[in-house]
Design a protein around this ligand. Structure first.
Ligand SMILES: Cc1cc2nc3c(=O)[nH]c(=O)nc-3n(C[C@H](O)[C@H](O)[C@H](O)COP(=O)(O)OP(=O)(O)OC[C@H]3O[C@@H](n4cnc5c(N)ncnc54)[C@H](O)[C@@H]3O)c2cc1C
Length: 290
């Protein structure tokens, strides 16, 4: 199926994008890697009148590692994240996640900004961003703002981004010693999307017990979320099997667990619990230098 007709503009600067978004707020769409947008246009689920291509904006492809945070430009591709040595040493969870996004073609073109803006309920990065306590940097003609990740995913395919905003970068706080993280994913064998994906980032104290923990869940509900009751139950524990088993029981409380041909709700809920246990186990081992 072909998309509905549209005008096309290849943007030359961030200002160029912001001006066009202000003028065509409800009728324009940004084109990044196109791996999510073009399929929905072909299905005519989206019919933008204007496509603003942001692929020439090299300033959105920067990666910078500062003393207290890492900034990743919105147009950084999954392949770059999977292979960049600075990312590998500063935030290895992202490397782990980027490696399991789709296939090589998807990773070559798809971008982290596009993935977060699209907010597919089965996308991998949302879980990682929640675990890493990232913030999303957005710009519009009115200026720049940082959106805490806990406020970013607002529902099925929806985020806190305003229609005239460009996601420019993702900021992730640097971590110190006794930090461990892991991503566990049950991938759909056809598309690679997460049936369920769990990201865990934690720190341990001198006794090796969990000092702080953030868990991001993708695939289970209509949008990525943090099971905060599980996090609370694990703080102060050594993450032993009995504690973990008891803690994960509330992992889907209050969540309308998705049900589709890839798995009924009770199956997804169980996978969610089991993958949280695995991810916590691995993150703990890494924090404690095992
Ligand atoms: C076969 C296949 C398998 C896939 N498997 C996976 C998988 O396993 N895991 C996974 O997480 N994803 C998967 N994806 C999705 C893939 O990661 C996409 O690249 C990603 O979801 C969207 O990124 P994009 O750069 O292609 O964005 P686009 O498709 O260009 O844009 C997506 C949406 O975001 C908006 N947008 C893009 N950039 C910005 C910006 N900077 N600011 C504001 N809005 C913006 C666009 O207007 C559009 O609405 C798969 C895709 C395909 C086709």
């Amino acid at each position: 199926m072909y998309p509905a007709p549209f005008d096309y503009h290849r943007a030359t600067s961030v200002d160029d994008v912001l001006t066009l978004l202000a003028e065509h707020t409800d009728t324009a769409k940004l084109l990044a890697g196109g791996h999510s947008l073009l399929p929905v246009m072909k299905l005519r689920l989206a019919q933008p009148e204007l496509l603003i291509d942001i692929n020439d904006l090299d300033e959105l492809r920067n990666i910078s590692v500062e003393a207290d945070h890492i900034t990743i430009g919105a147009m950084v591709t999954h392949h770059t994240l999977a292979t960049n040595p600075e990312i590998a040493s500063a935030v290895s969870l992202l490397v782990e996640i980027a490696h399991v996004v789709g296939d090589q073609q998807v990773r070559n073109l798809g971008t982290i900004g596009g993935a977060l803006a699209h907010a597919d309920p089965a996308a991998d990065y949302p879980a990682g961003m929640l675990a890493l306590d990232a913030s999303i940097v957005a710009m519009s003609a009115n200026g720049e703002r940082a959106i805490p990740i806990d406020e970013f995913f607002t529902g099925f395919l929806t985020t806190a981004l305003e229609p005239a905003e460009l996601l420019t970068a993702i900021r992730i706080p640097r971590t110190g010693d006794s930090f461990g993280a892991a991503y566990e994913k049950l991938a759909n064998p056809a598309s690679g999307y997460a049936t369920v994906g769990i990201a865990v980032a934690l720190t341990t104290d001198t006794a090796g017990e969990i000092d702080s923990i953030r868990i991001g869940v993708t695939g289970t509900g209509a949008s990525a979320y943090r099971p905060t009751s599980v996090e609370e139950a694990l703080i102060g524990s050594a993450g032993d099997n009995a504690t973990l088993k008891a803690a994960v029981r509330t992992a889907t409380d209050g969540i309308d667990v998705m049900e589709d041909k890839h798995g009924p709700a009770d199956y997804r809920a169980r996978v969610t619990q089991n993958l949280i246990r695995r991810a916590v186990f691995r993150a703990l081992a890494s924090a404690n230098g095992a």
